[in-house]
Design a binder for this molecule. Sequence first.
Ligand code: ZN
Length: 201
Amino acid sequence: MKIICIGRNYTEHAKELNNPVPSEPLIFLKPDSAYLQPRKPFFYPNFSKDIHYEGELVLKIGRNGRHIEQQFAHKYYDEFTVGIDFTARDLQKKLKEKGWPWEISKGFDGSAAIGTFIPFPKGEEPILYSLRKNGKTVQLGNTKDMIFHFDAIIAYVSQFFTLKMGDLIFTGTPAGVGPIAIGDRYEGYIGEKQVLKVKIL
Ligand code: ZN
């Protein structure tokens, strides 16, 4: 299983980190060891002092495919959830300054928290989702604000990487990212349905 992530897919988030809005999807990967199972705690790693949460919709790929045309892309996913793309912002900043790949700041153990998958409500968009930190909403996402929508992401990514059943795609974070602290509790919602729960230890 591979974990594919899209960076800067919401204009307001790109702006909050002073990043330019991309004209093509910005792609990076996390290894399968980054996968944090539903309801497992996240352990704050000692190599960073500035881990951020990024709440995102996560698609699960339901069949194998490559060079998928955008018009058929919807056939390749039927489940999704909310995940947290944990990011060591201090490390990422140093790597970006050097022009180095940012994998270690994004792909470390447990950095891909995944909620419980639910059926994708086809034809019922836009979809609203949110991330709550200690009971307070910190991120509100709306699929109509995505720069690259699900089908465009799948068409783009599958030119380079064969998609396999069970692969996960983090589709980018809306504005409102911020630092985590030990003791925090995060909950992810799709509409009113809670799908994700993570405690920071
Ligand atoms: Zn992200």
